[in-house]
Design a protein around this ligand. Structure first.
Ligand code: SF4
Length: 359
């Protein structure tokens, strides 16, 4: 088994490597050990920080942890978990192939164990649909993709720039930067990981995994608690969300990721699209249509996915984590911050913003 398979376990070659090694999954889970632990870690990290966690140093363990994680997700069989897990696998893969392709391009050479853009596109039947603007595929930085695959892969992307009306379509092709092409590949990974889930899991594999399944259900139950929050008290918002809301209300332009973060947060605490539009309306540069489109997209009404609020780790990576306070040290998710703040607040501090608007 090659390290490449361990890094990209959803690839067909990786699955073939597991089959060729005649590994019996039932025996692996009955023995327990590092592959099962790492499989559980993949799923828990997906829920907690939207990644699949740190890879195990042994390629064999890392590769086997992938089918085990898929089995765990299948046994729990909750749509929110399946979606989060597929997105986390795709996100970690995207980080890896983005870094790997950048380094191979710089060196103008590929080692036998590096992924090439050609291989990545071929893996998802995209090779025949993607052409470089000029020169060789591996050396280009701008591409054209046929509109059919574009629409399929761009459908779940956040942001106005992905809408076909905002793209210069010519001869049935859509132009793309390299980074945008890799975002579409991330979506292809997500679709691949999600396909076939939930698997039908025989008892001989499910029984030894009962403890791991219970841990995942516990983590999910904790997340469910946070979803019950439906009180809107801007004074108790986590510092990052307060800062973003202030910027919107002062009419400042927010990057897509920042707007996504605050809008998904407001959606998660139970605000309707109309209420979010009303809260944003103080903004002099307010665009009602845009806010409605974005809110409905996040809510999953106009997109295939219902998005959840980014974790603190994701907020930090985008530079959206600001003004951290003591409570931030104890939590790893802005929703957990808000839940904690509501619990600690005195009754008279907790006046819902909507009630204030009515009075
Ligand atoms: S630590 Fe989390 S909750 Fe606190 S400001 Fe940063 S992202 Fe927001």
């Amino acid at each position: 088994m090659k390290p490449l398979h361990a890094r990209y376990p959803f690839m067909r070659a990786a699955r073939e490597a597991v089959e060729a090694a005649e590994i019996d999954l039932a025996t692996v889970v009955q023995r327990g050990g590092p592959a099962v632990e790492r499989g559980l870690d993949r799923v828990e990290s997906a829920l907690e920080d939207g990644t699949v966690g740190e890879p195990h140093r042994e390629s064999r363990v890392e590769l086997l942890s992938y089918p085990i994680a898929r089995v765990l997700v299948s046994i729990v069989d909750e749509a929110v978990l399946t979606r989060s897990y597929a997105r986390a696998e795709a996100s970690s893969a995207h980080d890896r192939f983005t870094a790997e392709l950048a380094s191979t391009t710089q060196l103008r050479s590929t080692s036998a164990d590096s992924l090439t853009l050609r291989e990545l596109l071929a893996e998802f039947e995209l090779l025949e649909h993607v052409r470089p603007e000029s020169g060789q595929l591996s050396e280009a930085d701008r591409y054209r993709i046929d509109v059919g695959p574009y629409l399929d892969l761009a459908a779940g992307q956040w942001g106005e720039e992905w809408r076909l009306v905002n793209r210069p379509l010519a001869d049935g092709e859509v132009p793309l930067e390299e980074s945008e092409l890799l975002v579409l590949c991330r979506r292809a990974v997500e679709q691949r990981v999600e396909s076939g889930l939930p698997l039908s899991v025989p008892d001989v594999i499910a029984e030894p995994l009962e403890e791991a399944v219970a841990r995942i259900r516990e983590t999910l139950a904790e997340m469910d608690l946070t979803r019950d929050i439906d009180t809107v008290v801007p004074d108790l918002f986590p510092p990052c969300m307060r800062a973003l809301l202030d910027q919107i209300q002062q009419g400042e332009h927010l990057e897509h990721h920042s707007r996504f973060a605050i809008t998904s947060f407001l959606t998660s605490i139970g605000m309707s699209t109309d209420e979010i539009v009303e809260l944003y309306q103080v903004n002099p540069g307010f665009g009602e249509e845009m806010t409605r489109y974005q809110t409905e997209h996040i809510r999953g009404e106009t997109s295939p996915t219902e998005y959840s609020t980014p974790s603190c780790a994701t907020m930090q990576s985008y530079g959206d984590c600001v003004n951290m306070d003591d409570r931030c040290e104890r939590i790893s998710h802005p929703m957990a911050y808000y839940e904690d703040a509501l619990e600690d607040a005195d009754e008279d501090e907790v006046t819902d913003w909507r009630e204030r608007q009515e009075s």
